[in-house]
Design a protein around this ligand. Sequence first.
Ligand code: SF4
Length: 291
Amino acid sequence: MEVVKITPRGYCYGVVDAITLAKRVARDPAVPRPIVVLGQIVHNQHVVDELAALGIRTLDGRESRQELLDRVPKGATVIFTAHGTAPEVVAEARRRGFHVVDATCPDVLKTHRLIAEKVKAGYTILYIGQPGHPEPEGAMGVAPPDRIYLIARPEDVDQLALAEDTPIAVTTQTTLSQWDTAAIIEAVLRRFPRAEVYNEICLATQQRQEAAVRAAADVDMVVVVGDPRSNNTNRLVEVVQKVAGKPAVRVGHADELDPAWFRGMRRVAVTAGSSTPTPLTRAVIARLETF
Ligand code: SF4
C-alpha cells in the first residue's frame, strides 16, 4: 500500500511557541514552584506527559479556567494555555499573587483584540465556536456577557433575543473549518444583513485542511493523527469526509491502527493535527508502510 504524506501537517507555530515557552519556564530556577498549567497546554496527552516529566503539573478536568484557579497551590507559577484565557481569569490569578506566564497563540490574541475593539465601537459579537472548548471560553470572556453570544449551529441564530437592527460583528474560533462556518454565517446574514463578518480561522488550520482535501481526491482513505480533544484534528477528519467525500479515520498513535481498515486499499494519505508531536505521525507512517 502506498502512503502519501500530506504537507503541511502537524505542529503549527502557536503550538511550538507554547511548548517552548513552558519548557523554558521549567528550566528557569528563578521561577516560583510549583509550576502548573490551567488546562492542557495544547490538546495532546503526549505533550502533557512530556511537560510532567519536567515538573510541570497540568490541572485539567471539566471545570472552567476560573474554577481551575481554585486548585492552584499558593505562590505557584500559572501557565495559561495556547487557546487563550479570559482577561478576568488572568487578572484574578495576578490578584491571588501567582506568577503568570501566558502561552496564548498570537492568532488567538488577535481575535481577542478584535472582539474588544468591536464591543468598544458598540457592536454585539456573534462568536462561532465549539461549546465546552477552552478557546471560546477565553474569547467569550473578552466581552460583557450581554454583548457576546456563542453560536454553534445555524439554528442558534434564530433563537437570539436581539433586535434586527443591532450592530453585529461575527467572528470565529481559530480551529474551525471554513466549510462548517459557512452555513452559520449564511444564517447570520439572513437575519442581520448588515452584520460584519471577520473570519478568524487561522492560516495554519486553513492550510492543513485545504491540503487534506486536495490529497484526499487521489487516495482511498486519509488517516489523521491527533488527540481526541484536539478540535483541529477532528475538523481534519470532518473536512475529508464531508468536503472530499472520502473515508477518514483519527488515531492517537500507531498502535491504534487496525490493518483490517485498509484491506483492498492501494493508496492512503496521512496528516496530523497542529498539536500532534512529529514522532507520533512518523510512527503512524512507518506502521502503515508495513501494511
Ligand atoms: S492552530 Fe492556529 S490558533 Fe491554534 S495554536 Fe496553531 S496557529 Fe495558533
